[in-house]
Design a protein around this ligand. Sequence first.
Ligand SMILES: NC(=O)c1ccc[n+]([C@@H]2O[C@H](COP(=O)([O-])OP(=O)(O)OC[C@H]3O[C@@H](n4cnc5c(N)ncnc54)[C@H](O)[C@@H]3O)[C@@H](O)[C@H]2O)c1
Length: 278
Amino acid sequence: MMNFLRKRAARPSHGAFAVVTGAGSGIGRSFALELTRRGGTVLCVDINLEAARETVRLIEAMGGRAAAMTCDVGSAEAVKALSEQAEGLLAHPVTLLINNAGVGLGGKFEDVSLDDWQWCMNVNLWGVIHGCHYFVPGFQRAGGGAIINVASAASYTAAPEMSAYNVTKAGVRALSETLYAELKKDNIRVNVLCPTLVPTNIIKNGRIPGRYSGLADHALMNYAMTTSDEVAALTLDRLDRGELYTTPQIDAKLFWLMKRASPNLYADFLGFSYRFLK
Ligand SMILES: NC(=O)c1ccc[n+]([C@@H]2O[C@H](COP(=O)([O-])OP(=O)(O)OC[C@H]3O[C@@H](n4cnc5c(N)ncnc54)[C@H](O)[C@@H]3O)[C@@H](O)[C@H]2O)c1
Protein backbone atom coordinates (compact mmCIF):
# COMPACT_ATOMS: atom_id res chain seq x y z
CA MET A 1 0.00 0.00 0.00
CA MET A 2 2.81 2.45 0.93
CA ASN A 3 4.61 1.91 -2.39
CA PHE A 4 1.34 2.20 -4.26
CA LEU A 5 0.64 5.60 -2.67
CA ARG A 6 4.23 6.82 -3.25
CA LYS A 7 4.01 5.87 -6.92
CA ARG A 8 0.68 7.71 -7.25
CA ALA A 9 2.27 10.83 -5.74
CA ALA A 10 4.40 11.18 -8.87
CA ARG A 11 1.28 12.57 -10.62
CA PRO A 12 -1.27 13.03 -7.83
CA SER A 13 -4.01 14.35 -10.13
CA HIS A 14 -4.15 11.09 -12.12
CA GLY A 15 -6.27 8.25 -10.75
CA ALA A 16 -6.84 10.29 -7.57
CA PHE A 17 -9.27 9.44 -4.81
CA ALA A 18 -10.27 13.02 -4.19
CA VAL A 19 -12.37 15.07 -1.84
CA VAL A 20 -13.45 18.35 -3.45
CA THR A 21 -15.27 20.92 -1.32
CA GLY A 22 -17.62 23.39 -2.99
CA ALA A 23 -17.96 20.86 -5.82
CA GLY A 24 -21.54 21.89 -6.62
CA SER A 25 -20.61 24.93 -8.69
CA GLY A 26 -17.88 26.87 -10.51
CA ILE A 27 -14.24 25.99 -9.94
CA GLY A 28 -15.06 23.08 -7.59
CA ARG A 29 -17.29 21.43 -10.19
CA SER A 30 -14.56 21.95 -12.80
CA PHE A 31 -12.00 20.27 -10.51
CA ALA A 32 -14.36 17.32 -10.04
CA LEU A 33 -14.93 16.89 -13.79
CA GLU A 34 -11.23 17.27 -14.66
CA LEU A 35 -10.25 14.70 -12.03
CA THR A 36 -12.77 12.35 -13.64
CA ARG A 37 -11.13 12.90 -17.06
CA ARG A 38 -7.85 11.92 -15.35
CA GLY A 39 -9.33 8.62 -14.15
CA GLY A 40 -10.12 9.69 -10.60
CA THR A 41 -12.91 8.96 -8.15
CA VAL A 42 -14.40 12.07 -6.55
CA LEU A 43 -16.29 12.78 -3.36
CA CYS A 44 -18.25 15.93 -4.26
CA VAL A 45 -18.82 17.94 -1.09
CA ASP A 46 -21.00 21.03 -0.81
CA ILE A 47 -23.24 22.82 1.67
CA ASN A 48 -25.82 22.53 -1.11
CA LEU A 49 -26.37 18.76 -1.42
CA GLU A 50 -28.53 19.01 -4.56
CA ALA A 51 -25.75 20.95 -6.32
CA ALA A 52 -23.18 18.30 -5.30
CA ARG A 53 -25.52 15.58 -6.58
CA GLU A 54 -25.80 17.37 -9.91
CA THR A 55 -21.99 17.26 -10.23
CA VAL A 56 -22.12 13.52 -9.47
CA ARG A 57 -24.71 13.09 -12.24
CA LEU A 58 -22.40 14.91 -14.68
CA ILE A 59 -19.49 12.66 -13.64
CA GLU A 60 -21.57 9.50 -14.03
CA ALA A 61 -22.69 10.66 -17.48
CA MET A 62 -18.96 10.76 -18.36
CA GLY A 63 -18.61 7.17 -17.14
CA GLY A 64 -16.80 8.25 -13.95
CA ARG A 65 -17.18 7.32 -10.29
CA ALA A 66 -18.35 9.81 -7.66
CA ALA A 67 -20.37 10.29 -4.50
CA ALA A 68 -22.00 13.35 -2.95
CA MET A 69 -21.95 14.53 0.63
CA THR A 70 -23.24 17.65 2.34
CA CYS A 71 -20.88 19.49 4.66
CA ASP A 72 -20.51 23.03 5.94
CA VAL A 73 -16.73 23.47 5.86
CA GLY A 74 -17.02 26.26 8.42
CA SER A 75 -18.00 23.69 11.04
CA ALA A 76 -15.12 21.72 12.59
CA GLU A 77 -17.48 18.87 13.58
CA ALA A 78 -18.84 18.60 10.02
CA VAL A 79 -15.34 18.44 8.48
CA LYS A 80 -14.28 15.89 11.11
CA ALA A 81 -17.27 13.75 10.06
CA LEU A 82 -16.30 14.24 6.41
CA SER A 83 -12.75 13.03 7.11
CA GLU A 84 -14.14 9.95 8.90
CA GLN A 85 -16.62 9.05 6.13
CA ALA A 86 -14.60 9.93 3.02
CA GLU A 87 -12.65 6.66 2.79
CA GLY A 88 -15.87 4.62 3.00
CA LEU A 89 -17.63 6.71 0.36
CA LEU A 90 -14.64 6.56 -2.00
CA ALA A 91 -13.97 2.86 -1.17
CA HIS A 92 -10.29 3.85 -0.91
CA PRO A 93 -8.09 6.10 1.28
CA VAL A 94 -8.19 9.74 0.19
CA THR A 95 -5.13 10.72 -1.89
CA LEU A 96 -6.06 14.32 -2.79
CA LEU A 97 -7.94 17.03 -0.87
CA ILE A 98 -9.14 20.17 -2.64
CA ASN A 99 -10.19 22.87 -0.18
CA ASN A 100 -12.14 24.93 -2.69
CA ALA A 101 -15.42 25.99 -0.99
CA GLY A 102 -15.55 29.74 -0.62
CA VAL A 103 -17.83 32.76 -0.55
CA GLY A 104 -17.54 36.33 -1.77
CA LEU A 105 -17.92 39.36 0.50
CA GLY A 106 -17.47 42.89 -0.81
CA GLY A 107 -18.24 46.38 0.44
CA LYS A 108 -16.50 49.27 2.13
CA PHE A 109 -14.81 48.33 5.42
CA GLU A 110 -17.20 50.50 7.46
CA ASP A 111 -20.28 48.91 5.82
CA VAL A 112 -19.34 45.28 6.50
CA SER A 113 -20.91 43.89 9.69
CA LEU A 114 -19.00 41.65 12.07
CA ASP A 115 -21.53 38.90 11.30
CA ASP A 116 -20.55 39.08 7.65
CA TRP A 117 -16.84 39.06 8.59
CA GLN A 118 -17.41 35.93 10.65
CA TRP A 119 -19.37 34.21 7.88
CA CYS A 120 -16.58 34.88 5.38
CA MET A 121 -13.76 33.92 7.80
CA ASN A 122 -15.59 30.71 8.74
CA VAL A 123 -16.04 29.44 5.20
CA ASN A 124 -12.96 30.79 3.43
CA LEU A 125 -10.30 30.52 6.13
CA TRP A 126 -11.57 28.14 8.82
CA GLY A 127 -12.94 25.85 6.08
CA VAL A 128 -9.41 25.38 4.73
CA ILE A 129 -7.89 25.07 8.22
CA HIS A 130 -10.48 22.42 9.11
CA GLY A 131 -9.79 20.49 5.91
CA CYS A 132 -6.01 20.46 6.45
CA HIS A 133 -6.38 19.70 10.16
CA TYR A 134 -8.53 16.61 9.68
CA PHE A 135 -6.98 15.17 6.49
CA VAL A 136 -3.22 15.71 6.98
CA PRO A 137 -2.86 12.99 9.68
CA GLY A 138 -4.41 10.43 7.30
CA PHE A 139 -1.94 11.42 4.55
CA GLN A 140 0.93 11.13 7.03
CA ARG A 141 -0.19 7.64 8.07
CA ALA A 142 -0.53 6.62 4.39
CA GLY A 143 2.97 7.86 3.54
CA GLY A 144 1.84 10.68 1.24
CA GLY A 145 -0.94 12.72 -0.30
CA ALA A 146 -1.73 16.03 -1.93
CA ILE A 147 -3.63 19.21 -1.07
CA ILE A 148 -4.87 22.06 -3.23
CA ASN A 149 -6.03 25.12 -1.33
CA VAL A 150 -8.06 27.61 -3.33
CA ALA A 151 -6.99 31.12 -2.32
CA SER A 152 -7.21 33.99 -4.81
CA ALA A 153 -5.09 36.75 -6.31
CA ALA A 154 -6.94 38.76 -3.63
CA SER A 155 -4.46 37.15 -1.21
CA TYR A 156 -1.85 39.65 -2.41
CA THR A 157 -3.60 42.30 -4.54
CA ALA A 158 -5.32 43.91 -1.49
CA ALA A 159 -8.01 45.46 -3.71
CA PRO A 160 -10.20 48.05 -1.92
CA GLU A 161 -13.75 47.17 -0.81
CA MET A 162 -12.82 43.51 -0.35
CA SER A 163 -11.18 43.68 3.09
CA ALA A 164 -12.71 40.54 4.64
CA TYR A 165 -12.28 38.45 1.50
CA ASN A 166 -8.66 39.65 1.10
CA VAL A 167 -7.85 38.74 4.72
CA THR A 168 -9.25 35.21 4.37
CA LYS A 169 -7.36 34.56 1.14
CA ALA A 170 -4.07 35.95 2.52
CA GLY A 171 -4.52 33.47 5.38
CA VAL A 172 -5.10 30.58 3.00
CA ARG A 173 -1.96 31.50 1.05
CA ALA A 174 0.16 31.79 4.23
CA LEU A 175 -1.14 28.45 5.52
CA SER A 176 -0.38 26.78 2.19
CA GLU A 177 3.15 28.23 2.05
CA THR A 178 3.82 26.98 5.57
CA LEU A 179 2.40 23.51 4.93
CA TYR A 180 4.33 23.19 1.65
CA ALA A 181 7.57 23.41 3.65
CA GLU A 182 6.38 21.56 6.72
CA LEU A 183 4.82 18.56 4.95
CA LYS A 184 7.53 17.95 2.34
CA LYS A 185 9.18 15.46 4.70
CA ASP A 186 5.88 13.51 4.76
CA ASN A 187 5.63 13.30 0.95
CA ILE A 188 2.56 15.56 0.98
CA ARG A 189 2.36 18.07 -1.86
CA VAL A 190 0.65 21.42 -1.46
CA ASN A 191 -0.49 23.81 -4.18
CA VAL A 192 -2.25 27.14 -3.66
CA LEU A 193 -4.47 28.50 -6.44
CA CYS A 194 -4.48 32.31 -6.80
CA PRO A 195 -6.71 33.34 -9.72
CA THR A 196 -8.15 36.72 -10.63
CA LEU A 197 -11.61 36.71 -12.28
CA VAL A 198 -13.17 33.35 -13.15
CA PRO A 199 -16.78 33.25 -14.40
CA THR A 200 -18.72 31.34 -11.70
CA ASN A 201 -21.61 31.95 -9.29
CA ILE A 202 -19.40 33.55 -6.61
CA ILE A 203 -20.96 37.01 -6.78
CA LYS A 204 -24.52 35.70 -7.12
CA ASN A 205 -23.91 33.52 -4.03
CA GLY A 206 -22.00 36.22 -2.14
CA ARG A 207 -22.82 39.26 -0.02
CA ILE A 208 -22.24 42.90 -0.92
CA PRO A 209 -23.61 45.25 1.76
CA GLY A 210 -24.89 48.64 0.62
CA ARG A 211 -25.89 49.57 -2.91
CA TYR A 212 -24.64 47.21 -5.59
CA SER A 213 -24.60 48.15 -9.25
CA GLY A 214 -24.06 44.64 -10.65
CA LEU A 215 -20.77 45.80 -12.16
CA ALA A 216 -18.70 43.09 -10.47
CA ASP A 217 -20.92 40.31 -11.83
CA HIS A 218 -20.84 41.91 -15.28
CA ALA A 219 -17.02 42.07 -15.18
CA LEU A 220 -16.79 38.48 -13.94
CA MET A 221 -19.03 37.10 -16.67
CA ASN A 222 -17.79 39.25 -19.56
CA TYR A 223 -14.12 40.13 -18.96
CA ALA A 224 -12.71 37.03 -17.28
CA MET A 225 -9.81 35.71 -19.36
CA THR A 226 -9.95 32.08 -18.23
CA THR A 227 -12.74 29.55 -17.71
CA SER A 228 -13.08 27.53 -14.52
CA ASP A 229 -12.30 24.37 -16.55
CA GLU A 230 -8.98 25.85 -17.72
CA VAL A 231 -8.12 26.99 -14.18
CA ALA A 232 -8.81 23.52 -12.75
CA ALA A 233 -6.75 21.71 -15.40
CA LEU A 234 -3.81 24.10 -15.03
CA THR A 235 -3.82 23.81 -11.24
CA LEU A 236 -3.80 20.01 -11.37
CA ASP A 237 -0.86 20.16 -13.81
CA ARG A 238 1.04 22.46 -11.43
CA LEU A 239 0.34 20.09 -8.55
CA ASP A 240 1.69 17.21 -10.63
CA ARG A 241 4.88 19.20 -11.23
CA GLY A 242 5.27 19.72 -7.49
CA GLU A 243 4.87 23.51 -7.70
CA LEU A 244 3.45 25.54 -4.82
CA TYR A 245 1.76 28.43 -6.65
CA THR A 246 -0.82 28.51 -9.43
CA THR A 247 -1.43 32.04 -10.74
CA PRO A 248 -3.41 31.07 -13.83
CA GLN A 249 -3.93 34.41 -15.58
CA ILE A 250 -1.56 37.05 -16.91
CA ASP A 251 -3.05 39.77 -14.67
CA ALA A 252 -2.58 37.53 -11.61
CA LYS A 253 1.12 37.20 -12.53
CA LEU A 254 1.45 40.93 -13.27
CA PHE A 255 0.01 42.01 -9.89
CA TRP A 256 2.29 39.49 -8.14
CA LEU A 257 5.38 40.88 -9.89
CA MET A 258 4.39 44.53 -9.29
CA LYS A 259 3.83 43.97 -5.60
CA ARG A 260 7.06 42.02 -5.15
CA ALA A 261 9.14 44.51 -7.16
CA SER A 262 7.95 47.59 -5.26
CA PRO A 263 5.47 46.99 -2.43
CA ASN A 264 5.20 50.66 -1.36
CA LEU A 265 4.75 51.94 -4.90
CA TYR A 266 2.11 49.26 -5.47
CA ALA A 267 0.18 50.35 -2.34
CA ASP A 268 0.32 54.02 -3.42
CA PHE A 269 -0.81 53.09 -6.93
CA LEU A 270 -3.83 51.24 -5.47
CA GLY A 271 -4.76 54.15 -3.20
CA PHE A 272 -4.41 56.65 -6.04
CA SER A 273 -6.48 54.56 -8.49
CA TYR A 274 -9.22 54.02 -5.89
CA ARG A 275 -9.53 57.77 -5.15
CA PHE A 276 -9.50 58.52 -8.87
CA LEU A 277 -12.18 55.93 -9.72
CA LYS A 278 -14.51 56.95 -6.85
N1 LIG B 1 -14.73 33.13 -9.30
C1 LIG B 1 -13.67 33.88 -9.09
O1 LIG B 1 -13.46 34.92 -9.75
C2 LIG B 1 -12.66 33.46 -8.05
C3 LIG B 1 -11.41 34.10 -8.03
C4 LIG B 1 -10.48 33.74 -7.08
C5 LIG B 1 -10.77 32.74 -6.17
N2 LIG B 1 -11.99 32.12 -6.19
C6 LIG B 1 -12.25 31.09 -5.20
O2 LIG B 1 -12.66 29.91 -5.84
C7 LIG B 1 -13.39 29.10 -4.92
C8 LIG B 1 -14.65 28.56 -5.61
O3 LIG B 1 -15.51 29.66 -5.88
P1 LIG B 1 -16.35 29.79 -7.23
O4 LIG B 1 -15.89 31.02 -7.89
O5 LIG B 1 -16.37 28.53 -7.96
O6 LIG B 1 -17.80 30.15 -6.58
P2 LIG B 1 -19.22 29.41 -6.66
O7 LIG B 1 -20.11 30.26 -5.82
O8 LIG B 1 -19.60 29.18 -8.08
O9 LIG B 1 -18.95 28.00 -5.95
C9 LIG B 1 -18.69 27.90 -4.57
C10 LIG B 1 -19.30 26.60 -4.04
O10 LIG B 1 -18.98 26.53 -2.64
C11 LIG B 1 -20.14 26.10 -1.93
N3 LIG B 1 -20.09 26.54 -0.54
C12 LIG B 1 -20.30 27.80 -0.06
N4 LIG B 1 -20.20 27.80 1.26
C13 LIG B 1 -19.91 26.54 1.65
C14 LIG B 1 -19.71 25.92 2.91
N5 LIG B 1 -19.78 26.62 4.05
N6 LIG B 1 -19.40 24.60 2.93
C15 LIG B 1 -19.35 23.88 1.79
N7 LIG B 1 -19.56 24.41 0.57
C16 LIG B 1 -19.84 25.73 0.50
C17 LIG B 1 -21.31 26.74 -2.68
O11 LIG B 1 -22.55 26.09 -2.41
C18 LIG B 1 -20.84 26.59 -4.13
O12 LIG B 1 -21.28 25.37 -4.69
C19 LIG B 1 -13.68 29.99 -3.70
O13 LIG B 1 -12.79 29.67 -2.66
C20 LIG B 1 -13.39 31.39 -4.23
O14 LIG B 1 -13.04 32.28 -3.21
C21 LIG B 1 -12.94 32.46 -7.10
